[in-house]
Design a protein around this ligand. Structure first.
Ligand code: ATP
Ligand code: MG
Length: 716
């Protein structure tokens, strides 16, 4: 470092400087979490502008989220002052794709004012096409087709590129035909879906030499953050655009590749050297974010993955606190515990803006939201809706509301045709007219209209069923426990089934949320009390400028950092997720482990990992065993605490007894007296949870005895 260094260089270490100053030629920065990859990329952008190597409009910079793009724009602005007059090509792949496509829309038959469809529109369109193709939408759901089409687009495949094998994935080989029909329909509507923003541009770049040439010449420099999570179409884009100047700098970390379910290809890192021969490979090894204990904990977990590129990480920071591992009794205690810890941070004068709770699955936020509402702790949910604002939760609540309160017209309107019962707009209109004319609620009007001859036979049947169902549910409400009632309503209305027929990850998440909703109801004494609670929660929007605890999924936390991070629900079946255990094999387990690595490395000073011994699902207690990732944390860097005295240490001792205990269980040999018994595992059977019907006694000495109490009530 020299005293004449421009501001953006001061404070960078040697390899970071190299990443900034190696402006010409391909550069790959491969480095672990918190080593200053994003910081180096930001400085590099500042450097290119400051030294006038390029105008802002000649640099393509890709970030993973819009928020990251805003931050980078802001920081570069600060580093180089007002040199930055707009950065037109700084953003996510999708934002950049949309901008380019507007300029060249006509080349794929669109107009520049094309609309971008959301998922709902997309599905509606697909349904029409499926029906028009004489296929049974129940058997071949639109969502399944939508998922396939997204996947093809992520791979950069147009309908013409599909081979028979891909096409075979939908309706006995009709995938290709429907994909083509969908694309044609979109063009006719002057519309695009999200995937098209990249796919259309890829087609244009491949087909139109002049356009390609123009962009190749324009982008003197290309930079990509979070490169490990680029998918094929994005990769193909980059490769084409970088051909002219070859000044492409990608930064990433193979251990943080967590989007393969969305088509991301970590292999793109490996391909880089092949596609750009002579690329400079820069490794950053000093971590500036976390304490040694946190780093060692994260490294200990990720070391269990195979096929890593391998990296060294060290830090100069003082040791700090060990990673805390807390075993709690159940979900509510987990939320209470986190609430208390946060309050004590507050008392110590820390800002709660610097605290995050990271969950594996969206539905886990609910328990924390409810707790925070009741103790008046301001919170924000990042990268998703607050629990009670999610579409499927609102739908479910609407059903409950019309049952509890027949005059609730808004609720009635929301569910009248969800799931689809073949009610056209006309039929619904007629009910509205009758309700207005007579001054009665919609639900009443729907019943009364059955006595008239206003309806087509189909609409009549549909309304008849709905009205009949509602009457039955209302009658049930008197003597059925309200969570049970809710479950019946969701099943009998076909609402649950609507999500079940769809096999996507998103649908699975929605089903989990519905389960979580029913679970939440158990905490209230009546349906009315629960609905009142919900309306209070909905109203609880904290003031914008107020400090807030952040709650979000690990996926959404990528690239971010917080002083204190709570990592909750570290239990087998929750994290790693049941899905990854059931269907995924080693690859998806390793992706879960990378998520664990991302999660731990978000913490600067304090990481607290929590696992609960029991979770309640549909009124049944399920005992869970701590995540294998807890077992992988190196002892020297963690400090365990259990509200069930001794259980934790007993459990940990049992874990370390063998290298891969689950291998045995999965094979069903179940040998060895140790950990399976302690953890309540049934060798050869379902080893992630055990269900029993009675609430286990609270007075237990250890996890082992907790489980044996549970076993008494078991139904198997
Ligand atoms: P991730 O893999 O999580 O995306 P990253 O490698 O992008 O992490 P950054 O977010 O850029 O890491 O940096 C991590 C933290 O270290 C930030 O707080 C950043 O300001 C700080 N930092 C980066 N480089 C340096 C440096 N040379 N000196 C001091 N602090 C630094
Ligand atoms: Mg980063």
């Amino acid at each position: 470092p020299s005293p004449d260094d421009p501001p953006y260089l001061s404070g960078l270490n040697a390899p970071q400087r190299e990443a900034v100053l190696t402006t010409e030629g391909p550069v790959l920065v491969l480095a672990g979490a918190g080593t200053g990859k994003t910081a180096a990329l930001t400085a590099r952008l500042a450097h290119l502008l400051f030294t006038k190597r390029a105008w802002p409009s000649e640099i393509l910079s890709v970030t993973f989220t819009n928020k990251a793009a805003r931050e980078m724009r802001h920081r570069v602005g600060r580093l180089v002052g007002d040199v930055v007059e707009g950065m037109p090509w700084l953003g996510t792949f999708h934002a950049i794709g949309a901008k380019m496509l507007r300029r060249h829309a006509e080349l794929v038959g669109l107009q520049s004012n094309f609309t971008i469809l959301d998922t709902d529109d997309q599905l509606r369109l697909l349904k029409q096409l499926i029906t028009a193709a004489d296929l049974d939408e129940k058997r071949w759901p639109a969502r399944a087709l939508g998922g396939l089409i997204d996947g093809w687009k992520n791979k950069g495949l147009t309908p013409a590129d599909l081979d028979a094998g891909e096409s075979e994935l939908y309706a006995n080989g009709r995938g290709k035909e429907l994909y083509a029909a969908y694309q044609a329909r979109l063009i006719a509507l002057n519309a695009c879906d999200f995937g098209d923003l990249l796919l259309h541009m890829l087609v244009i770049l491949k087909r139109d030499r002049e356009v390609l040439k123009m962009y190749q010449e324009r982008f003197k420099y290309i930079m990509v953050d979070e490169y490990q999570d680029t998918n094929s179409v994005q990769y193909l884009w980059l490769r084409l655009l970088a051909q002219e100047h070859k000044n492409i700098c990608c930064v990433g970390d193979d251990d943080q590749s967590i989007y393969s379910w969305r088509g991301a290809q970590v292999e793109n890192i490996l391909k880089f050297e092949k596609d750009f021969p002579g690329a400079a490979i820069i490794r950053l090894e000093q971590n500036y974010r976390s304490t040694p204990h946190i780093l060692a904990a994260a490294s200990g977990v990720i070391a269990n993955n195979s096929g890593r590129l391998g990296k060294t990480l060290w830090t100069d920071e003082p040791d700090g606190e060990k990673v805390k591992v807390i075993g709690v009794w159940d979900g509510p205690e987990e939320a209470r515990r986190v609430g208390e810890e946060i309050e004590s941070c507050q008392r110590a004068g820390k800002s709660i803006d610097d605290i995050a709770i990271l969950v594996r699955a969206q539905h886990q936020t609910r328990e924390f939201e409810d707790r925070f509402i009741s103790i008046g702790m301001p919170y924000r949910i990042v990268g998703g809706f607050r629990f009670y604002e999610r579409a499927e939760i609102r739908d479910a609540l609407a059903y409950l509301r019309v049952v509890a309160q027949p005059a609730d017209d808004l609720a009635f309107e929301r569910i009248v045709n969800v799931p689809k019962r073949g009610l056209g707009d006309k039929a619904v209109q007629k009910v509205h007219q009758l309700a207005r004319a007579e001054g009665i609620p919609l639900a009443t009007a729907a019943a009364r209209i059955l006595d008239t001859d206003e309806l087509t036979p189909q609409a009549r049947r549909a309304f008849g069923n709905l009205v009949g169902d509602m009457a039955r549910w209302r009658a049930l409400a008197n003597d059925t426990p309200h969570p049970e009632l809710a479950r019946q309503i969701l099943d009998e209305s076909g609402y649950t089934a609507m999500w079940q027929v769809e096999k996507s990850a998103e649908a699975a998440g929605r089903l989990e949320n519905l389960t979580e909703l029913v679970r939440a109801m158990e905490e209230y004494e009546s349906l009315t009390a629960f609905l009142e609670h919900v309306s209070l929660v909905m109203d609880n929007e904290a003031a914008a400028e107020e400090a807030k605890v952040t709650i979000m999924t690990i996926h959404a936390a990528k690239g971010l950092e917080y002083d204190t991070v709570f990592l909750v629900g570290w239990e087998e079946g929750l994290f790693p997720s049941q899905r990854s255990l059931d269907e995924g094999g080693l690859a998806s387990l390793e992706e879960e482990r990378r998520l664990a690595y991302v999660a731990i490395t978000r913490a600067r000073r304090r990481a607290v990992i929590i696992h609960a011994a029991n979770r309640r699902i549909y009124g049944q207690w399920t005992s869970s065993i701590p995540s294998r990732f807890v077992g992988e944390l190196p002892d020297a860097h963690t400090e365990s605490e259990s509200s069930m005295s001794g259980g934790e240490s007993l459990w940990r001792a049992n874990w370390s007894e063998r290298a891969d205990p689950f291998a045995d269980v999965a094979r069903g040999t179940g040998r060895g007296p140790g950990w399976q018994r302690a953890a309540g595992v049934n060798p050869g059977g379902s080893f992630t949870s055990r269900t029993f019907t009675r609430e286990p006694s609270r007075v237990v000495e250890s996890r082992a005895s907790a489980v044996s109490i549970g076993n008494k009530g078991r139904s198997d």
